[in-house]
Design a binder for this molecule. Structure first.
Ligand code: CP
Ligand code: NVA
Length: 309
């Protein structure tokens, strides 16, 4: 696999070969938990929003690889008192080997990436969640025993829900790999035109089939139904309205019946049972969804091994 760019901020930072390489590496690492690949290396974790999976999987990945994760409490850093991102980046680059950041604004992470000499990894912003989507892809590859990108293109992947960070990364990976990808959701929440434009430019080359639809029947033939919360962190004020508007797109048994017989359901979690996914579907698909969560750990290792020199 060719060297990755310095940072992982977006799925668009990766080529087809690099995406495939990261997933393959994560699948190998899943078989051998411990190594000393990151011995004497230290990463910093800056999280402006809550996290269970991303935070704990990065910390654990680091420890299992012989390195040390440092959780940098945003309330205790001097940035809280106004120290610039420029100075913070320059200083942290002298101590750490990588920085993992979850932020409200994508620009916050991008600015760190600009000034840091060490790799910066996007651990979720309002714009993308690349580490999540790589673990999702790994899960799909495992579940369907996929051997090549060509085989992956034969699956129909349906994302039921909001045009949020997770969706944006799914749109990007579909465009880059040339997948058959459908989003189901209310018109009001369709993706921004510039994002669709970028995806369709890639799709011209990769032959990705991307459909944005408000017709629930477009779930027909789905091999994977994917969902995420209707209200993302930071949008809480809109929760009541969204609850009503997204209701027809809930992942429930009726929706599953319309899909392919072997269809699996994935959810990045945390889930709001009874909203975007029913209790029943969560129970039926529990194994797939928790395998997906476990894969976060393996993909974080693959990402860090590829980025940290
Ligand atoms: N899926 C995900 O990123 O979960 P956390 O918010 O718990 O990290
Ligand atoms: N879209 C969700 C993902 C959580 C992992 C959010 O941003 O809150």
């Amino acid at each position: 696999m060719k060297n990755l760019k310095k940072d992982l901020l977006s799925i668009y930072d990766l080529s087809v070969e690099q995406i495939w390489g990261l997933v393959s590496s994560a699948r190998k690492l899943k078989k051998s938990k411990y190594s000393d690949k990151l011995k004497n290396k230290t990463i910093g974790l800056i999280f402006e929003k809550p996290s269970t999976r991303t935070m704990v999987s990065f910390e654990t990945a680091m420890v299992q690889s012989g390195g040390v994760p440092l959780v940098l409490d945003t309330q205790k850093l001097q940035t809280k008192r106004g120290e610039s991102i420029y100075d913070t980046s320059k200083v942290l680059s002298r101590y750490l080997n990588a920085l993992v950041i979850r932020a409200f604004k994508h620009e916050f992470v991008a600015e760190f990436a600009k000034y840091c000499s060490i790799p910066v990894i996007n651990a979720l912003t309002d714009f993308e969640h690349p580490c999540q989507i790589l673990a999702d892809l790994m899960t799909i590859i495992e579940k369907f025993n996929i051997k090549s990108v060509k085989e992956l293109k034969k699956l129909k992947i349906v994302f039921a829900g909001d045009s949020n960070n997770v969706f944006n990364s799914w749109l990007a990976i579909s465009a880059v790999l040339g997948l058959n990808f459908v989003q189901l959701g209310p018109k009001k929440y369709f993706p921004k035109k510039d994002l669709l434009q970028k995806a369709s430019e890639y799709a011209k080359k990769t032959k990705a089939q991307i459909l944005i639809s408000n017709d629930i029947n477009d779930v027909k033939g789905a091999n994977v139904i994917y969902t995420d919360v209707w209200t993302s962190m930071g949008n809480e004020k809109e929760a009541d309205v969204r609850k009503k508007e997204f209701k027809p797109y809930q992942v429930n048994v009726d929706m599953l019946k319309k899909a392919n017989k072997n269809c699996i359901v994935l959810h990045c979690l945390p889930a709001v049972r009874g909203q975007e996914i029913t209790e029943e579907v969560m129970a039926l698909q529990e194994k797939n969804i928790f395998d997906q969560a476990e894969n976060r750990l393996h993909i974080q290792k693959a990402i860090m091994f590829a980025l940290i020199k």
